[in-house]
Design a protein around this ligand. Structure first.
Ligand code: SF4
Length: 508
């Protein structure tokens, strides 16, 4: 194993007040889930479940999209720093195939790890499990984990019961040698730095208070502390994913609005105007592709998504939707040129409207497959992503407002206002109504009251919502581009928060 990454590790927690404290140890690793979300989201079948139940991995297929790391609720996967592919415990499948036990079972000096076939009622592990009370990690995720803990301690198995602390001897976590480290300085998003700056030096004060709280806890409190652990993976989907959402939103939105206006008879477009929006859409679609490939650990394998698809993954469905969307743009352009006002044009127009909307929304379904991130399971996310796209499309069209007709500007203004109100309503619903889990609630609190509050209220609500709406209500064509620029910033901030904040919470 390369230094700094772990297929299996031992987490220490400490409970009780001095001097009556005790340490508890839990072995963490892949659970070889019966319903494994990592297998479901993997776009290229690099992760697969064998007939004997082992969730195995083929790194020759992996494109390094890191979707499995977002889908696994147990932090079991990492990026191999040497091979640049995802990896995890595979139950030593190579040893099982020749009749041996996993290496961790053999090396453990106290038989603390027991392996075997849970489907065989006569196996030692089945018999121990049938007469012993066992627990598992995050059973509420519905993944049906196949790893059980005897006397499992809830504070140890639930990552949100204890915070990562650096006040213990050996508890400071470093990145390891050569690790693909999302926490590296170059992975820190500039917007994060801006948020820290706006916090006006609160960070040091908060660290001091954290240490004081820990000291108080050790001396008097009974709550659990995390004393030693493997490094957290941190942000595995970074600015490339935020930027991909943003460029994709512009590409879909800038076509959706003119197409809808024309289809509903509110406006007609000359071929020249259509070519201008079409080219804008294609440029941003190309940038979307660049961002998607740039985020891969194995960018040369990006075509595997289309050529070796695993159809349950929304990464695959999304790749095909984007491909169909770009094809439909060329098709509609050709038909609008060769057979204007025809039934064929009407059909290609509605096809393109449908594909634009799907392009805007499909990432919400991909995020929903990422079962490790509770905040991404929001039912309003598809609507919010569509609203983002309409906002970005309208913002792009406002740049031409001083040269457009008053009737068209009214259409753009009201599209922008309605989409922005929808986006803010979705924020309100996500942050107030849909918290079924503690992790989702914590993410919401980090946004509205925690370290990201400046970006949320300042960038997302004021710059990206209230001010552009007020500017639009003036109806002055020359201020509309300013409203549009604010929307560009606000939507980027909103998407940054959506991508980054849920990844701040530990999964193991
Ligand atoms: Fe292992 Fe996580 Fe996949 Fe479950 S979801 S099989 S724990 S990697």
């Amino acid at each position: 194993m390369p230094v700094g990454v772990n297929r299996t590790w031992v987490k220490y927690i400490e409970k009780g007040a001095f001097p009556n404290t005790r340490r508890l140890f839990s072995v963490m690793r892949c659970n070889h889930c019966d319903d494994a979300p990592c297998v479901e989201i993997c776009p290229v079948t690099a992760l697969f479940r064998r007939a004997d139940g082992i969730v195995d991995f083929d790194n020759r297929r992996c494109i390094g999209c890191k979707a499995c790391m977002q889908a696994c609720p147990y932090d079991a996967l990492y990026v191999d720093p040497a091979k640049h592919t995802a990896a995890k415990c595979n139950y030593c499948a190579h040893r099982i195939d020749v009749g041996l036990e996993p290496a961790c079972v053999v090396v453990c000096p106290t038989q603390a790890i027991i392996s075997g076939d849970l489907d065989d009622p006569n196996s030692r592990i089945s018999q121990i499990k049938s007469r012993t009370q066992v627990s598992a990690r995050k059973v509420e995720k519905g993944t049906m984990p196949a790893l059980f803990y005897i006397d499992g301690d809830v504070d140890s198995l639930d990552p949100l019961q204890t915070e990562t602390q650096d006040a213990y001897l050996w508890s400071q976590q470093n990145r390891g040698v050569g690790q693909h480290a999302p926490a590296a300085p170059d992975h820190v998003h500039p917007l994060d730095r801006l948020g820290e700056l706006l916090s006006l030096g609160e960070t040091d004060e908060r660290r001091r208070l954290d240490r004081q709280k820990l000291l108080d806890t050790v001396l008097s409190d009974q709550s659990a502390r995390r004393a030693y652990d493997a490094p957290q993976k941190g942000i595995t989907w970074g600015w490339q994913v935020t930027s991909y959402l943003w460029t994709k939103g512009i590409s879909a939105g800038v076509l959706l609005l003119p197409l809808l206006a024309q289809a509903l008879g509110w406006s007609t477009w000359s071929l020249g105007s259509w070519l201008a929006v079409m080219l804008t859409s294609l440029v941003f679609l190309a940038l979307t592709g660049v961002m998607l490939v740039a985020d891969l650990e194995q960018p040369k394998r990006f075509l595997y998504v289309l050529l070796r698809p695993q159809w349950r993954s929304w990464l695959v469905k999304g790749a095909y939707i984007i491909t169909a969307f770009s094809g439909a743009i060329f098709l509609h352009t050709a038909i609008a040129w060769l057979a204007p006002q025809s039934r064929l044009e009407w059909m290609s127009q509605w096809l393109l409207i449908g594909l634009s909307a799907m392009t805007a929304m499909y990432t919400a379904f991909l995020f929903a497959q990422a079962r490790g991130r509770d905040f991404w399971q929001s039912p309003v996310l598809p609507i919010q992503m569509l609203a983002h796209s309409i906002m970005l499309g309208a913002a792009t069209l406002t740049l031409a407002a001083p040269f457009s007709t008053a009737a068209w500007n009214q259409f753009v203004i009201w599209s922008l206002i309605l989409a922005t109100l929808t986006h803010l309503s979705c924020d309100w619903i996500e942050l107030n109504l849909t918290h079924s889990t503690r992790a989702a609630k914590q993410a919401a609190e980090m946004m509205t009251r925690g370290r990201f509050r400046w970006l949320f209220w300042g960038g997302n609500v004021v710059v990206g919502g209230v001010l552009p709406i007020l500017l639009c209500l003036t109806g002055w064509a020359w201020v509309l581009p300013l409203a549009g620029l604010m929307i560009f910033v606000g939507v980027y901030v909103s998407q940054h928060l959506l991508v980054y904040v849920p990844q701040q919470l530990p999964l193991s």
